[in-house]
Ligand binder design. Structure first.
Ligand code: ACO
Length: 323
């Protein structure tokens, strides 16, 4: 049986660091509040350029590292909610910037679950034998849709992302299973209301600040804690994995308390949980590839990873992956 293995990862974060202290000069907040409620200490901010610049930078690094010709890439999937344009897709733009002329490409709008949705989709093309090299990108420039007058959202997000290469494997490595969910009723609690066909861009939508992220944090928190923990435990049970069998939890980095609740439900000690929220904040579709990038040197062939995410939509899910 052919499985889709992740044979390389790369990440990209902008250089500019914005600390909690910096934010406390813009909105009524404090380092203490942000750290204790979320676990975030600082985040990266992209001052110039669109989302595709970050995605293209990560892809270029990965192709160089793996010595792969851009023309050999078959498919490019980009998870993002901060595309360069409503259309064409950011995956189209990244493919152009990197010279992946033989690839077809499209975006996946699944907010913080964009990367696991993308991996699940990309794996299908590898498993069927249709494609040999699929790139799955998760990247967001959240600062492009943040309201720096709204302390409940602007403190949690940052910019960044990364990419994974999927290739066929016959040794049983790669994506073994995935469970994906969505519930569109979640749009009532987390969305960017303006700029789409529901509220086309106009002076009014700008005046009403509808082009920014709106979130009812408490409600989202409840759904996130319940569903991320549930789906992560579910994928372990379904694949007969005990907490001893799992080497790493790779959780979406939205809030340290959500990560802790998920790990605890899975019976995992903190040393098996990837956490880098303190330095990047929530980069939406970017968090999981950034974790894999940060931890790549510590991952061993055959390690059992559970990737798990929850985000706007609502969308959520988990992947069981053998490294
Ligand atoms: N600084 C200081 N005080 C603040 C801040 C801030 N930045 N933000 C809110 N507060 C205040 C509130 O006004 C409130 O004050 P009040 O009690 O006087 O009304 C108090 O702090 C508590 O606010 P809550 O919203 O209840 O705080 P909570 O503990 O829920 O934390 C948070 C807020 C961090 C947003 C949390 O709810 C959360 O993490 N939610 C889930 C986020 C998530 O997972 N999103 C999904 C992924 S994102 C995506 O898909 C794009």
């Amino acid at each position: 049986k052919v499985t889709a293995a992740i044979t390389g990862v790369e990440g990209y974060v902008p250089e500019h660091v914005m600390t909690n202290e910096d934010l406390s000069k813009i909105v009524d907040t404090s380092d203490e509040w942000i750290r204790t409620r979320t676990g975030i200490r600082e985040r990266r901010i992209m001052k110039d350029g669109p989302t595709s610049d970050m995605g293209a930078a990560a892809v270029k690094k990965l192709l160089e590292k793996k010595n792969i010709d851009p023309l050999d890439i078959d498919l490019v999937i980009c998870g993002t909610v901060t595309p360069d344009y409503p259309f064409p897709s950011t995956a189209n733009v990244i493919s152009d910037k990197v010279g992946m002329k033989n690839a077809w490409s499209f975006d996946v709008i699944a907010a913080c679950s964009g990367f696991i949705y993308g991996l699940t989709i990309g794996a299908q093309f590898i498993e069927t034998g249709k494609h040999k090299k699929v790139l799955v990108i998760g990247v967001d420039k959240m600062t492009s849709i943040l309201d720096y007058q709204d302390r409940t959202t602007c403190v949690i997000f940052g910019d960044g992302g990364g990419v994974a290469l999927l290739e066929p494997n016959t040794e049983g490595l790669g994506i073994i299973d995935s469970i994906m969910h969505s519930d569109g009723a979640g749009r009532n609690y987390l969305l960017q209301p303006g700029g789409g066909s529901a509220a086309p861009a106009s002076h009014d939508t700008v005046d009403q600040r509808l082009h920014y992220v709106k979130q009812e944090g408490k409600q989202v928190f409840k759904f996130a804690v319940t569903n991320m923990a549930e789906v992560s435990a579910q994928i372990m049970e379904k694949n007969n994995l005990t907490s001893d069998d799992v080497d790493w939890l790779v959780p979406h980095q939205a809030n340290l308390r959500i990560i802790d609740a998920t790990a605890s439900r899975m019976g995992l000690p903190p040393e098996k949980v990837m956490v880098n929220i303190e330095k990047y904040g929530n980069t939406t579709a970017g968090t999981l590839p950034l974790c894999l990038w940060d931890w790549e040197s510590r991952l061993k062939k055959g390690d059992n990873l559970i990737l798990s995410a929850f985000g706007g939509g609502f969308t959520w899910g988990a992947i069981y992956l053998k490294w």
